[in-house]
Design a protein around this ligand. Structure first.
Ligand SMILES: *[C@@H]1O[C@H](CO)[C@@H](O)[C@H](O)[C@H]1NC(C)=O
Ligand SMILES: *[C@@H]1O[C@H](CO)[C@@H](O)[C@H](O)[C@H]1NC(C)=O
Ligand SMILES: *[C@@H]1O[C@H](CO)[C@@H](O)[C@H](O)[C@H]1NC(C)=O
Ligand SMILES: *[C@@H]1O[C@H](CO)[C@@H](O)[C@H](O)[C@H]1NC(C)=O
Ligand SMILES: *[C@@H]1O[C@H](CO)[C@@H](O)[C@H](O)[C@H]1NC(C)=O
Ligand SMILES: *[C@@H]1O[C@H](CO)[C@@H](O)[C@H](O)[C@H]1NC(C)=O
Ligand SMILES: *[C@@H]1O[C@H](CO)[C@@H](O)[C@H](O)[C@H]1NC(C)=O
Ligand SMILES: *[C@@H]1O[C@H](CO)[C@@H](O)[C@H](O)[C@H]1NC(C)=O
Ligand SMILES: *[C@@H]1O[C@H](CO)[C@@H](O)[C@H](O)[C@H]1NC(C)=O
Length: 550
């Protein structure tokens, strides 16, 4: 019956007109990378940092060190030089320039930097990564009991900030003043210290005056022994045990009951209000958790007023995860697309039709996913972090003359109901105007004056190239290779026409970028075409998709 079909169609497509959250659309340069790292913790494409912090009991790179505790400490020490009145400091990754200060002892800061730096890009500041490390540490160590809402947008410092991290031998007045400077009053100081000291401990190698540091016993692994004494008996659980044991006078915490009275800073801090706050935290795990969630969120969001953080990141229901558009000799385009879909939307099935839209806005035939072997999926490393995802691959063939500009997707759930996902109304943009042709591109190394440098040769297909006056390959690089981190600069290699693709309006352009330094990072690259009538680009392309040749 025709009318039934019409109604079904209207039901299926009515979400096109539902109001949607205008901000949570793809792409978003400010959040796409970070959203991926936050929510795709066990994905089939690349290793996730969250995995190192889970389980919380997993050792770091020495006996007595764990990544979760280390990353929470890293974020606090980075934040601790904030002056909220002056509007300076906060989470800005300045800790990377402050590692050799007496207030920052231990290998943990370098270790954290070494783990996070490979993820440091123009779309993921180190400060944002350090904040995310704290989210992973708290989420992993609380087994998902505390999920810190995560915002992006922190800006990296270009050098060290002032000193200001509290040290154990300082008196209560000094500590109170330092926390006030950071934006935390006495009650909040007590709570924040308890929250930070529910995992980890005091490392004898770094604080021999606080806990014994005998010669490390021989170990059979590659790593040493930090001679750590933990703050509480549940060092791998983000729980209120540290408060319970303090109130019960259990003497494990070296900063509360250690042999050295001078360094009993937790004892002084926990008693700063007569013991009221620490007792309340000891009495109720819920109160402890809620208090820690609030204060740690404030900690990671401590930034100068000039820095505007984004809204809390939410996982996109549908997100293009990988894509490429190849121009074929037979005058067609092959769009290879991997979509990440929240698995509950699919209801166990894989009915998800991609509906491409041509360059001029015409509907093109819908395409079902290609299924080869098992469907890949991603889950979080700890509960409550976010949804699980399914990755579906598509291979879409389109006449080059028609091209593609965007697509929508119709997903049928377990009950048979079909919903159109259209990225907030405009469809998911997927432009074929400028597309690197990975099979024609190469990466290699070249030795110049005895130094081995990376070389990236990119060939891109450019549609109606006549309209552009400048087509360039852009590889962001550190502005200062001597510095631990430095602002990114765009290194630009011009691209030259290397031939037309017969029977299409595509021209191939080729450019070659040679690294200026042997330690040049493989930062994702852009191809940018500009001209008087406008510009087109393909941004943040992964080196991983470019074949390596000797
Ligand atoms: C600290 O601030 C909190 C929240 O604003 C407030 O409830 C608490 O009473 C304050 N504590 C002190 C000692 O001022
Ligand atoms: C106690 O700690 C202080 C401050 O670090 C240090 O100067 C002192 O030597 C320590 N005392 C002992 C007995 O280790
Ligand atoms: C802990 O020690 C303090 C000081 O000696 C004492 O007042 C308190 O009652 C003790 N608490 C417990 C639970 O034993
Ligand atoms: C699919 O996954 C299952 C369970 O992980 C495994 O036993 C099976 O071999 C996989 N099949 C293919 C084709 O990869
Ligand atoms: C090339 O572009 C011109 C002008 O936009 C258009 O008329 C023509 O159909 C295009 N040809 C092909 C093969 O795409
Ligand atoms: C081409 O564009 C790049 C990137 O915007 C720019 O750096 C370069 O100077 C431009 N080249 C010319 C010749 O204008
Ligand atoms: C790479 O940078 C380092 C640190 O600035 C410098 O010592 C080295 O000479 C640079 N290499 C080249 C090839 O310029
Ligand atoms: C580069 O970084 C080094 C190390 O931090 C610093 O000494 C040097 O002044 C920096 N160079 C420039 C041009 O900023
Ligand atoms: C990359 O491009 C450069 C400059 O055109 C060329 O010398 C080199 O041979 C190319 N490398 C490869 C692997 O094609």
């Amino acid at each position: 019956m025709a009318w039934t079909k019409t109604i079904a169609y209207m039901l299926a497509t009515c979400s096109l007109w539902l109001p949607t959250n205008a901000d949570n659309v793809w792409p978003n340069e400010a959040t796409d990378e970070l959203e991926k790292m936050l929510f795709e913790q066990q994905n089939p494409f690349e290793s996730s940092l969250a995995t190192f912090a889970v389980p919380c009991s997993a050792s770091g790179l020495a006996i007595g060190r764990g990544f979760g505790a280390e990353w929470i400490r890293n974020a606090y020490h980075d934040m601790a030089t904030a002056d909220v009145q002056a509007g300076t400091g906060g989470i800005d990754a300045s800790i990377v320039f402050e590692k050799d200060r007496p207030e920052n002892p231990g290998a943990g800061f370098q270790e954290t930097l070494d783990f996070f730096r490979p993820r440091y890009t123009t779309r993921s500041s180190l400060a944002d990564l350090f904040a995310m490390g704290a989210v992973f540490g708290v989420g992993g160590c609380s087994n998902g009991n505390i999920i810190l809402p995560y915002r992006a947008g922190r800006v990296d410092a270009t050098g060290p900030g002032p000193s200001g991290v509290p040290e154990p031998q300082e008196d209560l007045a000094t500590h109170t003043a330092k926390f006030v400077k950071q934006g935390f009053n006495t009650t909040e100081m007590i709570a924040l210290v308890a929250c930070g000291h529910t995992v980890g401990g005091v490392h004898g190698v770094d604080f021999p005056e606080i806990v014994p540091n005998p010669q490390p016993p021989p170990v059979t692994g590659p790593f040493g022994n930090d001679n750590t004494v933990f703050f509480d008996t549940t060092t791998s659980n983000f729980d209120n045990q540290v408060a319970r044991e303090f109130v019960a006078n259990i003497s494990q915490n070296p900063l509360a009951f250690g042999h050295n009275e001078t360094t009993r800073s937790d004892f002084r801090i926990f008693n700063a209000d007569g013991g009221d706050m620490i007792s309340r935290m000891a009495e109720s795990l819920d109160f402890f958790s809620q208090t820690c969630a609030t204060l740690l969120e404030r900690m990671i969001n401590t930034v100068p007023p000039s820095v505007k953080l984004t809204d809390v990141l939410q996982p996109l229901p549908v997100k293009p995860r990988k894509w490429s558009i190849d121009v074929n000799a037979d005058k067609t385009l092959t769009v290879s697309l991997t979509l990440r879909i929240v698995d509950t939307l699919l209801g166990g099935g894989i009915q998800a039709l991609v509906k491409p839209v041509s360059r001029t806005g015409a509907a093109l035939p819908a395409t079902s996913p290609v299924v080869i072997g098992n469907i890949s999926t991603s889950t979080c490393d700890y509960p409550n972090c976010g949804p699980s995802f399914v990755y579906l691959d598509y291979s879409i063939n389109i006449p080059a003359e028609q091209g593609i500009s965007s697509f929508t997707i119709d997903i049928t759930d377990g009950s048979g109901k079909t919903t159109t996902y259209n990225n907030g109304g405009t469809g998911f943009p997927l432009s074929d105007a400028v597309q690197p042709q990975m099979s024609l591109s190469t990466q290699t190394t070249k030795t110049v004056n005895g130094v081995t440098l990376q070389q990236l040769n990119v060939t891109a297909a450019v549609y109606n190239a006549d309209q552009y006056t400048n087509i360039s390959l852009i590889v962001p690089q550190p502005s200062n290779f001597s510095a631990t981190i430095s602002p990114w600069v765009a290194e630009v290699a011009p691209m030259k026409a290397s031939g037309k693709i017969a029977g299409t309006n595509y021209t191939l352009y080729t450019g070659s970028w040679l690294a200026s330094n042997e330690s040049a990072p493989q930062h994702p690259f852009d191809v940018l075409a500009t001209g008087p009538q406008g510009s087109a680009s393909s941004t943040f392309n992964s080196w991983g998709d470019v074949p390596f040749v000797l």
